[in-house]
Design a protein around this ligand. Structure first.
Ligand code: ZN
Length: 368
């Protein structure tokens, strides 16, 4: 059985499409009834997402899109199961999960003992680097749903992300070009999923698991592409330093650890608490300085303007994340800018985007 039928949601519009599915040697091909290719997903990048009984619902990992494929045909589902490593209806993933639950139970017990010695904040700093990437990714996905719900006040759903409405795709292409250059230079061990969202604050936020939201207000406040890139580089600093996971462990504390142990974050009170923590957090000065230093070095490595982040920080009062206080002309902001400017660039900067691309990116959320 290497072909069949399913229902495809492209993630841009909510309409469902009848789709033909063919399993190739290395990828799954989705075509519409007329034979037009809708999607081609390598088996290695396919993952299963939650679905009702009798439905196999698939997504492409790290694509940044919300495309879904639903399959009700049991034989076809089994054939996909055999090819896609992350789709596992026969249970080896569950066996692995049980093993990790045992490991986390031990970790939680140890953490309770350690807590007696160090207290939660210090414990979180010690634990964050030990959280396995896969657990961090699951935690990130659960928190992402909550964070999105809290940020998306007008219930725009998929339309909350800029770049898919008429006139917006060129802006999305420019944004992805900029992000790709930073991502390649950063070479982080976690796959990143960046999006621009319809929020007017000049902010950005990185969630555990590689999700990065750039608010449209940040692009509106920037005077050139490197200023946006500088703030994104700062967020990548938080990812690299795992500041977000540390903060989550501090904010939601042991309840989150138990969520990890039970392997089910979704709908848990700990996740709601965690999402609120992320949106209200203001990082300590040391943590922010650490992310700034990382950003300055990354901007240099990526061939961008190292000082652009400092210029942007001065303009927005140092408040890069949603919970941070705006401190215009504050000594703390001045100290951060001075630290960024102290990084001596090795090369001559090349702007992240040309004038036309920058103009397009400024219209990524509908031509404001
Ligand atoms: Zn920050």
């Amino acid at each position: 059985m290497t072909a069949g039928h399913g229902i495809f949601f492209d993630g841009a519009v909510s309409a469902r499409q009848e789709a033909k599915i063919a399993l190739g040697d290395t990828a799954l091909h989705v075509t519409n009834p007329d034979g037009r290719l809708l999607a081609e997903w390598p088996f290695g990048e396919i993952e299963e997402v939650a679905a009702p009984d009798g439905v196999l619902r698939l997504a492409r990992r790290n694509s940044g899109l919300l495309a879904r494929l639903e399959i009700r045909d049991a034989a076809l589902a089994t054939a996909i199961d055999e090819r896609a490593e992350a789709v596992d209806r026969s249970g080896s993933i569950h066996r692995r999960q049980r093993a990790s639950v045992i490991a986390w139970s031990v970790a939680a017990t140890v953490s309770l003992v350690l807590l007696g010695y160090y207290g939660v904040p210090a414990l979180a700093e010690r634990l964050a680097p030990l959280v396995p990437p896969e657990v961090e990714r699951r935690l990130g996905a659960a928190v992402d749903m909550q964070v999105r719900g809290m940020l998306d006040k007008n219930n725009l759903g998929e339309g909350f992300e800029c770049g898919a409405r008429p006139g917006e795709p060129p802006g999305k292409a420019a944004f992805e070009k900029m992000f790709g250059r930073l991502e390649r230079a950063a070479a982080l061990p976690v796959p990143l999923r960046p999006s621009v969202i319809r929020r007017e604050e000049a902010n950005a936020i990185a969630l555990p698991g590689g999700r990065i939201y750039v608010f449209e207000g940040l692009i509106a406040k920037a005077e050139n592409p490197d200023e946006v890139a500088g703030v994104i580089a700062h967020e990548l600093g938080h990812v690299a330093n795992r500041d977000n996971t540390t903060t989550l462990l501090q904010g939601a504390g042991l309840s989150l650890l138990f969520g990890m142990v039970l392997g089910d974050f979704v709908g848990g009170g700990a996740v709601v608490l965690a999402a609120r923590t992320l949106l209200q957090l203001s990082y300590s000065r040391d943590v922010e300085l650490g992310a700034d230093r990382y950003a300055a070095r990354l901007m240099d490595k990526a061939g961008g303007e190292v000082r652009a982040l400092g210029t942007m920080l001065e303009r927005i009062g140092g408040a890069t994340e949603p919970g941070a206080k705006i401190l215009l002309d504050h000594p703390e902001t001045k100290a951060r800018v001075a630290a960024i400017n102290a990084v001596a660039p090795k090369g001559t900067p090349v702007p992240f985007l040309d004038a036309a691309e920058w103009a397009a990116m400024r219209r990524i959320c509908g031509g404001r």
